[in-house]
Design a protein around this ligand. Structure first.
Ligand code: MN3
Length: 247
């Protein structure tokens, strides 16, 4: 059997008879298929690059304590976000959407009744990608100076921005999101329902607060205002928004 193990990878010509040759060819073919699969190129199957991924949290699972608990993150990232990603991959397999970046899938599926379910799952996957990057341990406080200037020019003051963002987060009836987005040259606070995103409104989302109950109910129960204040005071990742602006 040792010979066959070697055959799997290579065999000198003439070292094997006809029967072995066909086995050699078969094994060579198998090796080629195995290599294709390893490289993500198996025909007829979604390549690794054709699937949407669940990004790892950009901080440790304990890093947001006590404002967002490990238990919340385990469910929110490990169950809710994972489910959106899995649903997208199931829905795009073998369709025009396979292999396209998540953001493109969101934009291309928006506003079409036949892709409403794909939009909901793709937008939720994308919204959560930004949500995790919107949070950081030791966040809150005062934004980097270039971003602060943009905030002051758009909202009058940092406090004005925080007030508008809080009102959007608390004023969103039911499930949804409260965003800081770039609209033309100006920063804007936007609230959206369910999976909706400023991406499909011609804006560039910079930061977002998830106000679906699953983001705060285990830690704050019905006290959404306490959760939103904790995010803005202790977690919001101003430097990330600043980098997005190139500031
Ligand atoms: Mn969520």
């Amino acid at each position: 059997m040792r010979g066959e193990e070697i055959l799997f990878f290579d065999v000198p010509e003439g070292a094997v008879g006809p029967a072995s040759r066909s086995r050699r060819d078969f094994l060579r073919g198998s090796a080629a298929v195995a290599l294709l699969v390893l490289l993500g190129g198996f025909p007829g199957k979604a390549r690794a690059s054709e699937t949407v991924r669940l990004p790892p949290l950009p901080f440790s699972i304990t890093a947001l304590e006590p404002y967002v608990s490990v238990r919340t993150l385990e469910f929110h990232h490990g169950k809710h976000h994972q489910a959106y990603v899995d649903n997208v991959n199931r829905m795009i397999a073998g369709t025009e959407f396979a292999g396209r970046p998540l953001e493109e899938i969101v934009k291309a599926s928006a506003g079409r009744s036949e892709t409403a379910s794909l939009f909901n799952n793709a937008a939720q996957a994308s919204n959560h990608d930004l949500y995790w990057r919107s949070l950081t341990p030791g966040g809150g406080g005062v934004p980097p100076a270039p971003l602060l200037r943009r905030i002051e020019s758009s909202f009058g003051s940092l406090e004005g921005c925080r007030k508008a963002w809080t009102e959007a987060a608390l004023g969103q009836f039911g499930s949804g999101w409260a965003w800081l987005a770039l609209d033309g040259g100006r920063l804007r606070v936007v609230k959206t329902a369910n999976a909706d995103t400023p991406l499909t409104m011609g804006m560039t989302p910079l930061l977002v607060i998830d106000v679906w109950e699953h983001s705060y109910y285990l830690d704050y129960q019905n006290r959404r205002a306490e959760y939103v204040r904790a995010v803005l005071d202790h977690l919001v990742n101003w430097p990330f928004a600043s980098q997005c602006l190139g500031a």
